[in-house]
Design a protein around this ligand. Structure first.
Ligand code: FE2
Length: 214
């Protein structure tokens, strides 16, 4: 089981909306974000039952907010990131840092690739990403679901880019993206990896998950 990050939104640490603004005053506190995370993992544990699966999360820009907040407020060093990392470790999840590629069976997993300036490649076209890829890659962040190969010279044949969509309730678009070009997809992907390549990527929508498992 791989979570591609932004598992927690951490609205409490949103630095785009200042605490003094009207919207900022309605931010939930950090502890409530953590309670929400615990509740979500409780549901995950209930669903996975006794299955013994390897678990990993590639941290997203939303988890990264905790590190940014500590950086700007050194007196709280480790007070946010400590419990945050523990929340995932308590449920058996290893993690990789934002921007770091994590490999499973030779396939890379990352929340969002970074460009030469270490900035998130968020608005790039899929072909721009594919042009740079030298191994199959699974990514999140753009909330879009797709499986797209691109042919490459030589025996490698092609590389495949998989977008995972997002695991929000069906139809839910976060307030910051409303009215924007989005095309969000809600669901999960079942991937089969063989010989260092993604051979199958089956999309299961949130609606289908609900139909199957309630
Ligand atoms: Fe993200």
């Amino acid at each position: 089981v791989v979570s591609i990050g932004d598992f927690l939104t951490l609205d409490s640490l949103n630095s785009h909306i200042s605490n003094e603004s009207l919207l900022g005053k309605s931010k939930s506190p950090f502890w409530r974000d953590m309670e929400s995370g615990k509740e979500a993992w409780g549901e995950f544990e209930r669903g996975i039952g006794s299955h013994n699966a390897k678990r990993h999360i590639t941290f997203g820009n939303h988890e990264r907010r905790a590190w940014y907040h500590e950086d700007a407020n050194p007196e709280v060093q480790n007070l946010l990131t400590g419990p945050l990392v523990c929340l995932f470790e308590d449920h058996g999840f290893t993690h990789s840092d934002y921007g770091e590629y994590w490999f499973l069976g030779g396939v890379g997993f990352i929340h969002a690739p970074l460009n030469k300036l270490a900035k998130t490649m968020g608005g790039e076209t899929r072909n721009n990403i594919l042009n740079r890829m030298v191994f199959d890659l699974v990514r999140g962040h753009d909330h879009n679901e797709y499986t797209q190969p691109l042919s490459k010279f030589g025996p490698i044949g092609h590389v495949t880019l998989v977008g995972l969509g997002c695991a929000l309730p069906h139809g839910h678009i976060e307030s910051y993206a409303q009215h924007a070009l989005n095309g969000w997809s809600w669901g999960v992907k079942e991937l089969i990896i063989q010989g260092g390549r993604i051979t199958d990527a089956a999309w299961v929508s949130m609606l289908e998950l609900e139909r199957r498992y309630g």
